[in-house]
Design a protein around this ligand. Structure first.
Ligand SMILES: *Cc1c(COP(=O)(O)O)cnc(C)c1O
Length: 375
């Protein structure tokens, strides 16, 4: 049984072959086309393709002049990349506990963590469900910017709105396992023209123009560097895999949601916790997590694996990982909801096109091998 299988095949290579017939293998016309498509999809004036969520976040932190002495609010329950980029830039990640039911950063939690040094908050739309962005924007001081970590949520909405409507910018991941993928990649969407202009630079070494534009006039033009940047641009070779996926992603969501509904229905009355969906939220259903008694979690994983069911853990609470624990002295009691969830979480196989027999086998194995352990 496979934990995940992307939806791409050699039939999707046509766009890549077309790029190979042009002079520009890296960021050029295809990327610009996809950026326009992203603007239309999210209803925003600006979009920038990047080579990963992680490098996009780095480019964003540089564009917002965040660095030493600054604080950035990050949920304790997320993938490490969210906090790591704040560390790397020399700012301080200020962790906040998540809601124990939805596993999302809350407006109240974020507001309590804000200080005079807070420059940014980074809510994470865990498992595909959007945080209360309107609430977050209202709860935080106006001077605090908001960056949405949308790695799990491309097609999800909240109260009918997609990511990016109540924040300064939203960053997506097109990593191999994400709902929209080109192997490695990502995108930044923003309504802020000034931030967009800075991002164009920080995405590419801090240079004032991308290569395709520098050569367009037929006459060499000097470029300048006014701010520090990273190498975060996405090559057209990979961008070519995106247009069809973006065009069909909304139509493909019901297939994912149907699998999730089957899991939810099957596990409804068992000694297993499921993440709660807020009314008004349409989840992108990126992952399907269950939560069992923490003392029995690893035994439950072993039992699932022994039966041939592959699983992952998303995620052990970030402040409890060695680097953060040793640097900041955090313990299990500091962010209890994140810790409790992270010690009992198991992510089950989920992908559109997952064979029916596999879904049945996962459900059966949870009922017969996990439930007796954790009851
Ligand atoms: C995957 C992921 C990232 C990192 O994305 P990359 O494109 O691999 O850099 C960041 N945050 C979350 C929540 C993720 O799941």
């Amino acid at each position: 049984m496979q934990f995940y299988r992307h939806g791409l095949s050699s039939a999707d290579a046509k766009g890549i072959a077309e790029v190979l017939d042009t002079p520009f293998l890296t960021s050029g016309a295809v990327g610009k086309k996809v950026e326009a498509q992203l603007c239309a999809f999210f209803g925003q004036p600006h979009a920038l393709l990047v080579n990963s969520w992680t490098n996009g976040a780095l480019a964003a932190l540089l564009a917002m002049d965040i660095g030493p002495g600054d604080e950035v609010i990050v949920p304790a329950q997320t993938f490490i990349a969210t906090a790591n980029m704040v560390e790397l830039i020399g700012a301080k990640p200020v962790f906040v506990d998540v809601d124990p039911d939805t596993l999302l950063m809350t407006p109240e939690g974020a507001a309590k963590a804000a200080t005079a040094r807070t420059k940014l908050a980074m809510p994470v739309h865990m498992y595909g469900q959007m945080c209360d962005m309107k609430g977050l924007r209202a709860a935080l001081p106006k001077t605090v910017r908001i960056l949405e970590d949308c790695a799990h949520c491309f097609e999800g909405t909240r109260d009918g709105e997609p990511p990016g409507k109540h924040s300064d910018l939203a960053i997506f991941s097109f990593y191999a396992t994400k709902n929209v993928t080109c192997g490695e990649g990502g995108a930044i969407v923003t309504g802020d023209a000034e931030l967009h202009a800075k991002l164009q630079q920080t995405r590419l070494h801090g240079m004032s123009a991308i290569a395709a534009d520098r050569f367009k006039s037929g006459q060499y033009r000097h470029w300048d560097m006014a701010r520090l940047g990273v190498k975060a641009n996405l090559p057209d070779l990979l961008a070519a895999l995106l247009p069809d996926q973006i065009a069909t992603i909304r139509a493909r969501l019901p297939a994912r949601t149907a699998l999730v509904e089957r899991y939810r229905h099957a596990f409804a009355n068992l000694p297993i916790r499921l993440a709660k969906l807020d009314p008004g939220a349409v989840s992108a259903d990126h992952l399907f997590p269950i939560h069992v008694k923490p003392a029995k979690r690893d035994e439950a994983i072993a039992a699932l694996n022994a039966a041939g069911v592959p699983v992952t853990v998303n995620y052990r609470s970030v402040p409890t990982l060695t680097y953060y624990r040793e640097k900041y002295g955090y313990g299990p009691g500091d962010f209890p909801a994140s810790y409790e969830w992270g010690e009992g979480e198991i992510t089950l196989p989920l992908w559109p096109g997952m064979p029916d027999a596999d879904i049945e086998k996962v459900i059966e194995t949870v009922k017969t091998a996990v439930v007796p352990l954790v009851r």
